[in-house]
Each structure stands twice: as C-alpha cells, then as structure tokens.
Design a protein around this ligand. Structure first.
Ligand code: HEC
Ligand code: HEC
Ligand code: HEC
Ligand code: HEC
Ligand code: HEC
Length: 316
C-alpha cells in the first residue's frame, strides 16, 4: 500500500476545498475592487478642483492628505459614526482640508445634473442670462462644481469646503430652539450661513454707494460708461480713482480678477457684484483705504470695517 495515499491531506477536488477556494478568491477580488474604486474616484474629484493634475503620478501633499483621509475611513464601521465624525463640527472643521472632506463626499464634485427635466425640458434650452456670458463655459454643472471646479471658478476664486461649511448642527435645524442651539449662530434649516458666504458674491449692485440713483440698473448705466477703448465700465472709476485696494483675501485670486477685468468686459466684475444677485441687499464690504482717498468718511461707510475678516487675510 502506498503510504502517501493515507495522509489526510485536503483533496483539492473535494466540495469543501472548492468552497473555501472560491471564498478566498472573492474576498481578494472584492478588497482589490474596493480600494481601487475609492482611490480612483477620489483622484477624479481632486483633479477636478486642481488639487492634482489628472494622470500625474508624483506624490504631492494633497495626495498624502487624500490617502491619509481614506485610511482614516477604516475607523468608521458604520454610517452614523461617519455622519457624526467630529470633522463636521468646530473646531475640527476649521482646519479640515478638501481632501479629507472629499474622501467621503466625492459625489459633490462627480455628480452631474440631469440633461433634461422629468417633463422633458432640455438643460441646454433653459439658460439663465448669466449663462449666456463669456464668463460661463461648459455644460450645466452642479452648484458645487460651479464654485470649485468650473474654469471661471478656478480662475477667480479659491474656495475651500470649509469656506462655506463652518460646522452646522445636525440635530437642531432651527436656531434658538434649545439652550445649546442658541449660541450656534447658524441659519434656519441651512447647513451654511448665507450672509457670511453667498452674500459676498451674490448681493445687489451697491450703486447708491457709488453716487448712482438708488434703483439705477447697471444694464442702463453701462451704455454711457463703456466704449471700445474702455470695454469694462467698472474700471472707468475703479482702475485708479476709487477702492483700488481690493480682493486681498485667501478665497479670491485678486491678480487674476484684475487681469480678466482688463481684457474682458464689466461682466466679470458685475458677476460678483450684482449680476447674480440672489439677495435684495449688498454685502457690507470692508472699506480699505486706497492711494489718493478723501479722508472724510461718507455716512454710509461710518460702520464699515477697514480691513477684511481676519479669517481670510493672506499671510504676508
Ligand atoms: C468619515 C466620512 C466623512 C467625512 C470625512 C466627512 N463627512 Fe460629511 N457626512 C458624512 C456622512 C455619512 C453624512 C450623512 C449623509 C446623509 O445623511 O445624507 C455626512 C453629512 C454631511 C453634510 C450634510 C449634513 C446634513 O445635515 O444634511 C454636509 C454638509 C457634510 N457632511 C459636509 C462635510 C464636510 C464639509 C466635510 C469636511 C470638513 C465632511 N463632511 C467630512 C461622512 C463624512
Ligand atoms: C460656495 C459654498 C460651498 C462650498 C465651497 C462647498 N459647499 Fe457643500 N454645500 C453648500 C450649500 C449651500 C449646500 C446646501 C445646504 C443646504 O441645503 O442647506 C451644500 C451641501 C453640501 C452637502 C450635503 C449634500 C448635498 O449635496 O446637498 C455636502 C455633503 C457638501 N455640501 C459637501 C461639500 C464638500 C465636501 C465641499 C468641498 C469639496 C463643499 N461642500 C464645498 C455650499 C458649499
Ligand atoms: C467668492 C464668490 C462666491 C461665493 C462666496 C458664492 N458664489 Fe455662487 N457663484 C460665484 C461665481 C463666480 C459663479 C459663476 C461660476 C461660473 O460661471 O462658472 C457663481 C455661480 C452661482 C450659481 C449659478 C450656477 C449655475 O449653474 O448657473 C448659483 C446658483 C450660486 N452661485 C449660488 C451660490 C450660493 C447659494 C452661495 C452660498 C452658499 C454662493 N453661490 C457663494 C461666486 C460665488
Ligand atoms: C462712476 C464711477 C463708478 C463706476 C462706473 C463704478 N463704480 Fe463702484 N464705486 C464708485 C464709488 C465712488 C464707490 C465708493 C467709494 C468710497 O468708498 O468712497 C464705489 C464702490 C464700489 C464698491 C464697494 C461698495 C461698498 O458698499 O463698500 C463695489 C463692490 C463696487 N464699487 C463695484 C463696482 C462694480 C462691480 C462696477 C461695475 C459693474 C462699478 N463699481 C462701477 C464708483 C463707481
Ligand atoms: C469672484 C467674485 C468677485 C469678482 C469677479 C470681483 N469681486 Fe469685488 N469683491 C468680491 C468680494 C468677495 C469682496 C470682499 C473682499 C473682502 O472682504 O475684502 C470684494 C470687494 C470689492 C470691493 C471693495 C474693496 C475694499 O475696499 O475692500 C470693490 C470696490 C470691488 N470688489 C470691486 C470689484 C471690481 C471693480 C471687480 C472687477 C475688476 C470685482 N470687484 C470683481 C468678489 C468679487
């Protein structure tokens, strides 16, 4: 008798062995797939906001942040723990990077709006007037994409997730409804505070502070202020005369804004100062002193700060 035949080694053709092998193979394939989808999708989202160029393999700080953020996700075995991750709240949210947020929320940059409404109206046929301007490019995009990854957004702004998301209250949707909610400073049913964010760029044209009549519209005013030599009517007054010290904040690209404004039309300036006015009031901008400024302060400017919010000051 052959002694080898008597060893109780697992016969690879036995049903149990086949089951075990299939299981191991499945686990391996799934884990490879899971890590591939997470990092591929994160890279797509990051490259859209210019954190990394597409298909660039070199390791950057953002890559490292992104990988560390993905690795940290292992600490979240379930949905609730992720939803209540301290990164959503102060103080952690103040120093959170886009990469950290995108590790869980890549969909805010990768989702696309519908190409047509359920009733059949095509997105390409329903265009707002500002979407007809030279500053607007590409197909209809989501709100987040229009502020983080579209060409114009990337040219003039440098918004971070935590510029708008400053920590909301997941439990209380209404402020002042309990002792703890009272001091939280958030707005009703909003995860962000519009008056310290949106209003900066989507307020009413502050014409009355410029000496125009209260309800004069820029559309009418610009005819007399723009010519072929001076295509941007805002710069007729704002190139050298008034408020020439502006936009020195971390979330705007001051030099790019002036470059675009010089080569283009007033649409680029007006776009953030009345052209997309979702509000009936304007933001009370700080009033920086500028070379040649008159030292008497006009009445409307008596309560204005003279420097930008400390939170957004550029490091010198
Ligand atoms: C560990 C994963 C994880 C990280 C990191 C993370 N989030 Fe979340 N977040 C979640 C989950 C899960 C939810 C709940 C989603 C839901 O209910 O639809 C959530 C919800 C939200 C909501 C909606 C809250 C609501 O009440 O409707 C916002 C806004 C948000 N996150 C922003 C952020 C921002 C900004 C960052 C970075 C500072 C961030 N998140 C980082 C997992 C994460
Ligand atoms: C320009 C301001 C702004 C910026 C920048 C911004 N968000 Fe938002 N985000 C909003 C607003 C406004 C909402 C909707 C809030 C509401 O419904 O009250 C929102 C909603 C969300 C939600 C809830 C789910 C949804 O889609 O409605 C998530 C998650 C989120 N943002 C994540 C992010 C992440 C991650 C970043 C950075 C990559 C980011 N946001 C950057 C303003 C912003
Ligand atoms: C720093 C300036 C800035 C801030 C802050 C800002 N926006 Fe915008 N917003 C813009 C610019 C610039 C565009 C045009 C982007 C483009 O044409 O690609 C825009 C476009 C939009 C659009 C039009 C999108 C489209 O597809 O046509 C909406 C809606 C909007 N913003 C809402 C908001 C809301 C709500 C907030 C606050 C949560 C906000 N914005 C904060 C500058 C800003
Ligand atoms: C006829 C000259 C003139 C034109 C044209 C003009 N402005 Fe002004 N602008 C002023 C004056 C004057 C002030 C106030 C200066 C001061 O602070 O004393 C001002 C102030 C402003 C302010 C600050 C308002 C505030 O409340 O602090 C903004 C923003 C502004 N202008 C943007 C624009 C934009 C954008 C355009 C073009 C769409 C434009 N201006 C066209 C003269 C002009
Ligand atoms: C992407 C949006 C955006 C664009 C484009 C833009 N602005 Fe502004 N502007 C802002 C924001 C936000 C502030 C407030 C910055 C701060 O808090 O210091 C501001 C501030 C100002 C102020 C107040 C200056 C002061 O004393 O601090 C003036 C004047 C002004 N802008 C004029 C212009 C003109 C003229 C153009 C075109 C050359 C222009 N803006 C283009 C967003 C924009």
């Amino acid at each position: 008798m052959d002694p080898k035949k008597d060893t109780p080694a697992l016969d690879l053709r036995s049903p149990i062995a086949i089951l075990i092998c299939t299981y191991v193979l499945c686990v391996l394939m799934y884990s490879a797939y899971a890590s591939w989808t997470a990092s591929a999708a994160l890279e797509e989202a990051q490259s859209q906001i210019g954190v990394i160029a597409p298909a660039v393999a070199e390791t950057t700080k953002a890559d490292a942040d992104g990988e560390a953020a993905i690795a940290a996700l292992k600490d979240h075995p379930d949905y609730l723990r992720a939803a209540w991750d301290p990164i959503h709240f102060k103080p952690a949210i103040e120093t959170a990077t886009n990469e950290q947020c995108l590790a869980c929320h890549k969909e805010v940059l990768t989702d696309k709006p519908r190409t047509s409404s359920p009733a059949g109206l095509k997105a390409t046929d329903s265009i707002a007037w500002y979407e007809t301007l030279d500053t607007y490019s590409g197909e209809q995009a989501t709100f987040h994409a229009r502020h983080l990854s579209t060409p114009f957004a990337k040219e003039v702004m440098n918004l971070q997730c935590n510029f708008c998301h400053q920590g909301h209250d997941r439990r209380e949707e209404a402020p002042s409804s309990s002792a703890t909610a009272a001091t939280s400073g958030f707005s009703l049913r909003k995860v962000i505070d519009p008056s310290s964010t949106c209003l900066r760029c989507h307020g009413k044209f502050p014409g009355e502070n410029m000496g125009f009549e209260k309800d004069q519209k820029w559309h009418d005013l610009r005819n007399d202020l723009e010519s072929e030599e001076t295509p941007n009517g805002c710069l007729t007054c704002h190139a050298e005369q008034f408020r020439t010290v502006r936009h020195q904040v971390t979330y705007l690209k001051a030099d790019e804004i002036e470059k675009i404004a010089k080569s283009g039309s007033s649409d680029s300036c007006f776009g953030c100062h009345g052209g997309r006015a979702w509000y009936r009031k304007s933001f009370p901008y700080p009033r920086h002193s500028w070379p040649g400024m008159d030292t008497t302060i006009p009445d409307w400017a008596k309560d204005r700060p003279t420097t930008s919010d400390a939170r957004y000051l550029k490091k010198q």
